[in-house]
Design a protein around this ligand. Structure first.
Ligand code: AQP
Length: 343
C-alpha cells in the first residue's frame, strides 16, 4: 500500500511554499507569504523554494536571473526564514519538480487549466502569444508541493485557486491509479492582509510585474522611498472610519488599513478604532513610521546577504541536496505507480 504519510522522520506536518525570482520582492509577498512562513517554522517541517522554473514562464534576462534568485532567498531569510530550521533551495536544482509536473500534465485536464484566473490576468489579450509554460504553471505548482507530499501551503489569497487545482490533481492521480498516495493540501491563508493591493489602484493586486514602481513597496526600498510611496498612495476623500464596515466600497482605504493591521499584528477593527475620524495624512504618517520600523531591519539584512553571494550559494546548495534526498523516494514510488520500466 502506498502511504500518504507526509511527516518524514520528524513527526511534524510538512509545509511547502515558494516565490518567483521574477523581480523585487514586495510588501505583498512579505505579508501574504514570508511572514507566515517564518511563523510556521516553529512547529512544522518547512521547505521553502525559490521557484525559478516558474519565473521563466515570463521571459527573464539570463544575466540577472541568478542574482534575482539569490535575492529572493535573501528576502526569505531577512523576513525570518531560518535556513538551519528549514530547507531552502532553488527549484531548478531538483529535477524531480519538472518530472512530476510532466506526469501531472497528463493527469490534469485542459478545462481545469482554462479556468485559472491568474493565467487570464497574466496572459491578458495576448493569450495566443503566452508561453505554454504560463498556461500549465499550476501543474508545476502542484508538483512542487506534492513532490514532498507537503500538506500545508502558506500563500497569499491569489494562490487559492491554484491550490484547489493541486487538490484536484492529487485526487485524480489517486483515483486513476487506485492508490492513496498524495495528500490533499490545505491552503494556509492567514493574517489581516492576505491580498495586498496596489498603492495606485485598490482593485489591483500589488505585484512585481506592475510597471508602476509607485504601486508597491519593495523590500529593498529605503526610508525615503517608503515614505514617498505611502504619501502618494491613492486614497478617497473620506476620513478613516471607526469600524471595518466603514471600509466597504473603499478599496484604497481598506488596503492601507489592512497593511497597518498586518504590520502591527492587530486586527483591522483595532486599527479603525484607533484612527477613526482622523484624516489620511495623519494616518499615512503613522503608517510610514510603522512600515519603516518593521521593514528597515529586513532591508538591511537583505543588503548584507546580497553582498555575500558565496554564503547565499552555500545555503542554496545545501538545501538542494536535502530537497533531492526527500523527493527521490517519492518520485521512485510515483514512477512505479505509473508503471514506468526500469525504476
Ligand atoms: N499582493 C499580494 N498580497 C498578498 N500575497 C501576495 N503574494 C504575491 N503578491 C501578493 C504571495 O507571495 C507569494 C509569492 O508570490 P510569487 O512571487 O510566486 O508570485 P505572484 O503571486 O504572481 O506575485 P507577483 O508579485 O504578482 O509576481 P508577478 O508580478 O511576477 O506575477 C505567494 O504566496 C503569493 O500568494
Amino acid at each position: 500500500m502506498h502511504s500518504m504519510k507526509n511527516s518524514g522522520n520528524t513527526g511534524k506536518v510538512r509545509v511547502f511554499s515558494g516565490a518567483q525570482p521574477s523581480g523585487d520582492m514586495h510588501l505583498g509577498n512579505y505579508l501574504g507569504a514570508f511572514k507566515n512562513w517564518a511563523r510556521l517554522q516553529a512547529d512544522h517541517e518547512c521547505i521553502f523554494c525559490v521557484v525559478d522554473l516558474h519565473a521563466i514562464t515570463l521571459f527573464q534576462d539570463p544575466k540577472i536571473l541568478a542574482s534575482q534568485t539569490r535575492e529572493a532567498a535573501a528576502a526569505y531569510i531577512a523576513a525570518g526564514v531560518d535556513p538551519d530550521r528549514c530547507i531552502l533551495f532553488n527549484q531548478s536544482r531538483v529535477s524531480g519538480h519538472a518530472e512530476l509536473a510532466w506526469i501531472f500534465n497528463c493527469v490534469a485536464r485542459v478545462g481545469w487549466l482554462g479556468r485559472m484566473t491568474q493565467f487570464k490576468d497574466k496572459a491578458g489579450k495576448n493569450r495566443e502569444k503566452a508561453s505554454v509554460g504560463l498556461y500549465i504553471y499550476p501543474t508545476l505548482m502542484a508538483a512542487d508541493i506534492l513532490l514532498y507530499k507537503a500538506s500545508r501551503v502558506p500563500v497569499g489569497a491569489d494562490q487559492k485557486q491554484h491550490l484547489e487545482l493541486t487538490r484536484d490533481i492529487a485526487q485524480k492521480f489517486n483515483n486513476d491509479f487506485g492508490v492513496d498516495f498524495f495528500p490533499l493540501v490545505d491552503p494556509v491563508i492567514t493574517g489581516e492582509a492576505t491580498r495586498v493591493m496596489s498603492l495606485r489602484d485598490g482593485n489591483k493586486k500589488m505585484s512585481k510585474s506592475d510597471p508602476s514602481e509607485m504601486s508597491r513597496i519593495n523590500l529593498t526600498d529605503d526610508v525615503d522611498v517608503i515614505a514617498r510611496k505611502i504619501q502618494k498612495a491613492r486614497t478617497d476623500s473620506g476620513e478613516i472610519p471607526d469600524n471595518v464596515e466603514g471600509l466597504k466600497d473603499r478599496p484604497e482605504a481598506a488596503n492601507l488599513i489592512a497593511i497597518y493591521a498586518a504590520l502591527s499584528d492587530q486586527t483591522r477593527a483595532q486599527v479603525c478604532e484607533d484612527f477613526g475620524g482622523r484624516g489620511f495624512s495623519n494616518f499615512k504618517a503613522a503608517l510610514t513610521e510603522l512600515a519603516v520600523t518593521v521593514l528597515g531591519p529586513i532591508t538591511s539584512e537583505m543588503k548584507r546577504l546580497k553582498d555575500d553571494p558565496a554564503y547565499m550559494d552555500s545555503i542554496l546548495d545545501a538545501g538542494a541536496i536535502k530537497a533531492r534526498e526527500l523527493s527521490e523516494p517519492v518520485l521512485r514510488e510515483v514512477r512505479q505507480i505509473v508503471g514506468f520500466l526500469g525504476v
